[in-house]
Design a protein around this ligand. Structure first.
Ligand code: PA5
Length: 471
């Protein structure tokens, strides 16, 4: 069976269950159908149609045949020549590749011997912690490493600092021509990286216009690293296309992405300003990081589209089932009614791990014998859903039949459409991030970037910290 088989596709459909959000199950704490229908659903659905042309990420499942062929050919060359593949990038240039790799490759991928890995080791350097760069350089041989520098804007300081360090080291080892060790992924025209890449003759992939960083996993930003590590990127794009069809339906009760957005927005209106995403699978744990950026940066906005001050947004929280049952769930059951917990479940894990017989004379231990860890994690998810819902806190569940490239493509696309639709419901621009700029500009000023003298003066004239509040 494969993604080309329609029956198989249907069997791999992601399901969304919002019963734990609704008053029929949750009583006074739940949302009523009327509350959902009172949202500006029609105008939001119309907005999604009218703005589809601007949301170029929605076309990625369909318009990349040539690019995918290039990526696959490039990936095959990298697999044959290199021991390591390093992504230099941050935010949307890193979180998607991390999430997809964790979901679809062995959980200890880098520790496997080469023949079992099926691709080079993968490192994604989404920070500028000096210890992290030093640690990377301790474990890779740069001469056996391909670097993929990714920045949509082509000017992000963190990524540029990584690039400067790596190009300097490469030149020290290889001489001036380092083009066989660097691939640039960036905007076709704008920014500094494209200038550098052209001047240096580096292989380049483009981030298409209208595809922002956090919506870029399904373009070369995410596809190259995935293909290099042996992930079937065509399956992933097919999964996204499948979810695109499901999310074309204007009726929220037939559209999983719209439904999730609608219940979140309605819950926000009732004071649920926190959204916990809790996958019950280690393979999906970094989806929470990717999703946190998507949801926070897209919806955390001061102004709406009409210039009204709104200070909108819901704080995303990352959790992992069952691990965080022993850390956060106490708060979710007994704490304030300010959050929604979304469970991300898996019907069939890729392995079955039986729990063998032992200590049969101790019933409190031996009740586990004869079961599997699969049954245990499923029971714990169900029990936690039950416990949190019973306490009156709102929950919903997204279930993947399996974690594979097709379902991961669906999940990425589901969250992207959900976020865009929530932006429409809230009448805000989900595709910019003006709040990030202030910090970026202040960093430029502190490090002496030309053109930021005024910002530097502003920073220097800020009131100093008072000694009495420093202990
Ligand atoms: O979603 C976004 O646009 C941002 O979070 C970016 O991904 C992040 O700031 C990195 O930007 P760039 O890809 O331009 O280096």
């Amino acid at each position: 069976m494969s993604w080309q088989d329609l029956q198989w596709q249907e069997s791999m459909r992601i399901r969304v269950n919002i019963n734990g959000m609704m008053s029929e199950q949750m009583g006074e704490w739940g949302l009523t159908k009327e509350e959902l229908l009172a949202l500006p659903l029609e105008s939001a659905a119309q907005g999604m149609i009218d703005k589809r042309d601007q949301m170029k990420w929605r076309e990625l499942p369909y318009n990349q045949d040539e690019i995918v062929a290039d990526i696959l050919a490039t990936a095959a060359e990298i697999q044959a020549r290199f021991e390591n593949f390093v992504v230099l990038g941050i935010g949307g240039s890193a979180l998607g590749p991390i999430a997809v790799h964790q979901a679809l490759r062995h959980l200890h991928y880098n520790d496997l011997p080469a023949e079992k890995r099926g691709g080079p080791r993968l490192y994604i350097e989404d920070n500028v912690d000096p210890e992290r760069m030093a640690a990377l350089l301790d474990v890779i041989d740069v001469e056996k490493t391909m670097f993929n520098v990714i920045t949509k804007s082509g000017s992000t300081s963190e990524t540029m600092s990584q690039l400067l360090i790596i190009t300097d080291i490469l030149r020290g080892k290889l001489g001036q021509d380092i083009s066989s060790h660097i691939i640039a992924t960036t905007d076709k025209e704008k920014g500094n990286l494209i200038k550098i890449a052209r001047r240096e003759g580096w292989k380049t992939f483009y981030v298409p216009d209208g595809v922002g960083g956090r919506f870029s996993q399904l373009c070369p930003v995410g596809l190259l690293a995935a293909a290099v590590c042996g992930i079937d990127i065509r399956d992933m794009l097919a999964g996204a296309a499948y979810m695109d069809k499901l999310s074309a339906e204007p009726d929220i009760f037939k559209n999983p992405a719209y439904l999730l957005a609608a219940v979140q927005v309605a819950a926000m209106e009732k004071g649920c300003n926190i959204h916990v995403l809790m996958p019950y699978a280690d393979s999906l744990r970094f989806f929470s990081d990717w999703y946190a950026q998507l949801w926070a940066e897209s919806l955390g906005k001061q102004w709406d589209n009409d210039g009204n001050l709104i200070h909108a947004g819901q704080t995303p929280v990352k959790a992992l089932g069952v691990t965080d049952q022993h850390s956060q769930v106490q708060l979710y059951t007994e704490g304030p009614f300010d959050k929604v917990v979304t469970f991300l479940g898996v019907e069939r894990y890729r392995v079955t791990t039986p729990i063998p017989d032992g200590y049969l004379d101790i019933p409190d231990v031996s009740f586990l014998c004869g079961h599997t860890q699969n049954e245990l994690i499923a029971a714990e998810q169900r029990a936690t859903e039950y416990a949190i819902a019973k306490s009156g806190h709102l929950i919903n569940t997204i279930t993947l039949p399996e974690v594979n490239a097709f379902t991961v493509g669906q999940l990425l696309y589901l969250f992207e459409v959900m976020t865009a639709f929530a932006g429409e419901l809230l009448n805000l621009n989900a595709f910019d991030q003006p709040g990030v700029e202030e910090g970026k500009n202040a960093t430029y000023a502190l490090l002496g970037k030309p053109g930021f003298d005024e910002k530097r003066a502003e920073l220097e004239s800020a009131p100093p910290d008072l000694d009495r509040y420093i202990v």
